[in-house]
Design a protein. Sequence first.
Length: 259
Amino acid sequence: MIRSSIFVASAVSILAAFAVSGAAAAAAPGAVAAAVANPLRPPADIQRDAARLPAETLAFAGVKPGDRIGELLPGGGYFTRLFSLVVGPRGHVYAWVPERPANAPADMPDFAARVKAIAAEKAYANVSVLVQPSGKLSFPARLDLVWTSQNYHDFHNIRDLDIGALNRQIFAALKPGGIYLVLDHAAAPGSGARDTSTLHRIDPEAVKSEVIAAGFVLAGSSDLLRRPADTHELKVFDPSIRGNTDQFILKFRKPTAMQ
């Protein structure tokens, strides 16, 4: 009886997530809506849609068929799958992962393993995994979009990584007019990069300053994932707030030659 109740509760949760995803996708551009509603997506991803709002977020970024996207630190591939489905066979997704340090502990996980498994699936044949030194980004083609979600702050935690140089490499990788989208956990106003290694948060104003210094212009910001109840005092992994942190979305553009 208990097992039956748990099964029913899980099924209801998944169906509710499908309903939320479907409603949001209906208001998004066609290719984005189709990607969010695609049955290929794992149920675990779909359950996260209510909190991550992928249809609205991808629409804000301007992701479209034929795009070439550089995704930095793709994690479990939540957005990787969506990008692949949206850009289609005319586009490509380059999932960038820093290579394992030579002095890494033996139990350090392989951060590329999960996204490599996605790239190996026939349905995601337009995904390539690039494992490169942490301070060097190199893509086989000029990009329409560079995307990093919930991990820009981590760049500050990589030893000897020059964040200014990294942002300049991203600038060089983009086509004129290309977009650099940064989505991350918000830290307290005025805190700069103070909390990147402790709370895993960063002040959005610090991100603006760093990215604009590389030559980008701020093209827009979104409050889609802002959570006023978040006091910015807890680590993002704290059970009381995990999955519901206050997050900012900043959209930067590489100026065209005419600008």
